[in-house]
Design a protein around this ligand. Structure first.
Ligand code: ATP
Ligand code: MG
Length: 426
């Protein structure tokens, strides 16, 4: 049962997590480090956070730690804060209540004794064997009831129990499987993987807000490209992003999405800021362009077409993943600026550069070009313009004079819009 001969590297364990476990055991409770942190310690990776499982009830945990609070919907969890670090303490629970967890409102939940579980139940309600190892800090032992240690050694992702049943209980586990595959470089075990292709559609039943949270973990934690590839391999991508998935079949969308995710991964590796707005802008660019083109054919003006197409595409995507307004706004800015970037005369370039979303829009333009859209060197022009001094900038600008200006301007914008609209049908 307990086959762990090699002690975990204690030095990598957060002193605060150790403090929490020790205080709980001093008070006569059982307490273990559990989940991703144990898995990561075994792998020699440094865990991003520490989870503790205990038989103490939340009120009991709160009585012991003054720096603690019960959190949200998942009220069986207590957060204990140490400066910037938070240690999460969860009371043992059984599987059956978890299934109902999302369907109950916070206020509607009744703290009933039988919602808690035993140690055993807590082990078997977890998702993958590699995530169900419990580390006893006192004895330096890993308790492994599910052969998780062997699976970690074999780099194998294996669901506990019967895959079909476990995915039906919580379809998000399918996304977790591909995320761990990408993040850890593990393989998904045959049975654990084959179900996914059959029942990926169950993800449609998950509230869009929860899916959005999961999308952040999929694409914003430094392994986005590998995650996308795993999602495509297991036919999951289309359940989250149906319009993007369709666009991938006959446009440059796949290339653009790939480049945007690669750039996100690179930025994270270099500790640079990233935003989901940029990723969503890339995911939905072709659906947006296509929709916009249709509206233009109905002789709606460019500006109206952009506005409406963005609203349509975003509303449609929100049936699957929510997109909080703080991200959909910037995303629309990135899109709208694409149609303003070709106007390179008069004061326009300076005005555009001062736009708070210019940098993101310029980066996006470069990715569009890199993905194969024919934009006539527009990206290079903006690169040169930003590097140039005032004199050189003047020379770079497109020339327009007097009366002709309005006419030429309109023509150029029109051409560009057509060019973008058509560029996915080369
Ligand atoms: P990460 O390194 O991404 O944090 P993690 O394994 O710690 O990975 P968390 O989401 O922090 O993932 O969850 C902590 C633990 O809770 C998991 O290791 C697993 O044991 C359990 N768990 C999380 N989500 C589920 C789920 N949907 N179904 C069953 N168990 C889950
Ligand atoms: Mg974790």
């Amino acid at each position: 049962m307990n086959d762990n001969a090699t002690p975990l590297p204690l030095g990598h364990i957060s002193v605060n997590a150790l403090k929490v476990v020790n205080r709980l055991t001093e008070h006569g409770f059982e307490a273990y480090l559990v989940g991703g942190c144990v898995r990561d310690l075994i792998l020699g990776r440094s865990p991003k956070d520490f989870d503790v499982a205990t038989d103490a009830h939340p009120e009991e945990v709160r009585d012991i730690f003054r720096n603690s609070r019960s959190i949200g919907r998942r009220f069986r969890i207590v957060h204990i804060r140490f400066g910037r670090e938070i240690v999460e303490v969860a009371t043992f629970r059984s599987a059956h209540e978890e299934i109902h967890e999302d369907s109950h409102s916070e206020g509607g939940m009744i703290l009933d004794d039988n919602i808690y579980g035993t140690f055993q139940e807590d082990v078997f309600r977890r998702d993958f064997t590699m995530n169900a190892l419990y580390y006893n800090v006192d004895t330096d032992e890993v308790i492994d009831l599910v052969n998780g240690m062997d699976d970690i050694k074999a780099k194998r992702i294996r669901l506990i129990g019967e895959p079909d049943k476990r995915y039906r209980e919580d379809p998000v586990r399918m996304l977790r499987a591909v995320r761990f595959k990408a993040k850890l470089g593990f393989n998904i075990d045959e049975d654990t993987g084959s179900s996914i292709r059959q029942i990926g559609y169950l993800l449609q039943d998950i509230p869009p807000a929860r899916i959005f949270e999961e999308v952040l973990k999929l694409f914003m934690t430094g392994h986005a490209v590998a995650t996308l590839e795993a999602m495509l391999e297991y036919d999951l991508f289309g359940w989250l992003f149906p319009s993007a998935r369709r666009a991938m079949d006959d446009t440059l969308a796949g290339k653009l999405i790939h480049l945007a995710l690669a750039s996100t991964d690179r930025r994270i590796a270099n500790d640079m800021p990233v935003t989901p707005a940029f990723i969503f802008a890339a995911l939905l660019w072709y659906p947006f362009i296509e929709n916009r083109k249709r509206l233009e054919e109905e002789s709606v003006t460019h500006v109206e077409a952009s506005h409406e197409a963005a609203a349509n595409v975003i509303a449609n995507q929100q049936l699957f993943t929510s997109i909080p307004r703080r991200f959909s706004g910037p995303m629309r800015d990135i899109w709208n600026l694409q149609f303003r970037l070709p106007a390179r005369y008069g004061r326009k370039p300076e005005i555009l550069i001062a736009h708070k979303r210019f940098r993101a829009a310029y980066d996006f333009l470069l990715l569009r070009e890199e993905s194969g859209e024919k934009l006539d060197g527009l990206g290079q022009w903006w690169t040169s313009f930003q590097e140039a001094d005032e004199d050189a900038r003047g020379k770079l600008k497109l020339q327009t004079t007097g009366k002709k200006k309005r006419k030429r301007k309109r023509k150029r914008r029109f051409n560009h819009d057509r060019m973008s609209a058509n560029s996915y049908h080369p």
